[in-house]
Ligand binder design. Structure first.
Ligand code: 3PG
Length: 305
């Protein structure tokens, strides 16, 4: 069996070592296609792969067409908007993700970006503190829960809204549930986005909802750029000089946003899951899930059921 790791944004070398240990123990061959820039390289590399590990790399019908022997693809990470699940099913390929494995890395970055934002991007001027501020989490999955855990250590009041998580379950973790998305934006000083990119959420974060935030609020996005209605948010930032937007997901209209100097920051490249630990956790989990499926038919975390 041949396992291909195809990552345009590579894992830390230590994660590759961990993956190799798993594939070696299973008696599988491991092939690497790292830092590739051309889709043709991926199409050629997958042609004889039985299993594929990717990160945000797009795996569409063309890739499945080229991957004649492919049985399983695992997205080493949480968001699987880069996998065409219908095409996977049409090609009888099992698709999985590794939920939770990189959540702490993203959560730590959220807090780092927030400190940076409230301290005026370290420009030397007097800023403010996170302690006592109301933090709103839009979606309460693995990342949201980790942000809540760390934010409580900062002395923040944490609120959450998740259409799919019962209020009681949120409450049981010491976080205050609110009854709607609007209420979250109205209540909190900072709102952190943790929703996936789906047909329902794409462009759902617009001026209507962000405009509900109080004076001096911060919107932080470490989820997906697609959930933002960029034109609408640009208009709002022009009208509301008190608002800040910080993101780990550079908008398409980054140059337009960059005009809001002192109120806007984007990492140059998505950094949320870029830690050795997250790479090891997600990469090794992906390798184990491949072995578990190919040897024992384990389909936990299958997405295309
Ligand atoms: C995820 O969905 O797991 C994160 O956005 C990380 O994505 P990455 O592997 O492309 O860094």
């Amino acid at each position: 069996m041949k396992v291909l790791v195809a990552t345009s944004k590579p894992f830390a070398p230590v994660a590759i070592e961990g993956i190799k240990k798993v594939t070696d123990a299973a008696g599988y061959e491991l092939a690497l296609l790292e830092k590739y820039t051309d889709k043709a390289e991926l199409l050629s590399a997958v042609s004889d792969a039985d299993a594929l590990i990717v990160r945000s790399d797009k795996v569409d019908a063309e890739v499945f067409d080229a991957a004649k022997k492919l049985k399983i693809v695992v997205r080493a990470g949480a968001g699987f908007d880069n996998l065409d699940l219908d095409a996977a099913s049409a090609h009888h390929v099992v698709a999985m993700n590794t939920p939770g494995q990189n959540a702490n890395a993203v959560a730590e970055l959220v807090m780092g970006l927030l400190v940076y934002a409230v301290r005026n991007f370290y420009n030397g001027k007097s800023g403010s503190e996170l302690m006592g501020k109301k933090l709103g989490l839009l979606a309460y999955g693995n990342v949201g829960r980790n942000v809540a855990r760390i934010a409580k250590g900062f002395g923040m009041e944490v609120y959450a809204f998740d259409a799919f998580c019962p209020a009681e379950a949120i409450k049981n973790t010491g976080v205050t549930p609110v009854s709607s998305r609007d209420e979250l934006f109205e209540t909190c000083d900072i709102v952190s986005l943790h929703i996936p990119a789906t047909t329902e959420t794409i462009k759902s974060i617009n001026a209507d909802v962000v405009g509900k935030m109080k004076k001096g609020s911060i919107l932080i996005n470490t989820a997906r750029k697609e959930v933002i209605d960029e034109n609408s948010l640009l208009k709002l930032l022009a009208e509301r000089e008190d608002l800040k937007y910080v993101t780990d997901i550079m908008p398409d209209a980054n140059d337009e946003f960059a005009k809001f100097e002192g109120r806007y920051f984007s990492t140059p490249k998505k950094m949320g899951a870029q830690t050795a630990e997250a790479n090891i956790n997600a990469g090794v989990a992906a390798a184990n899930q491949i072995v578990g499926y190919l040897k024992d038919g384990i389909t936990k975390f299958q997405l295309n059921k």
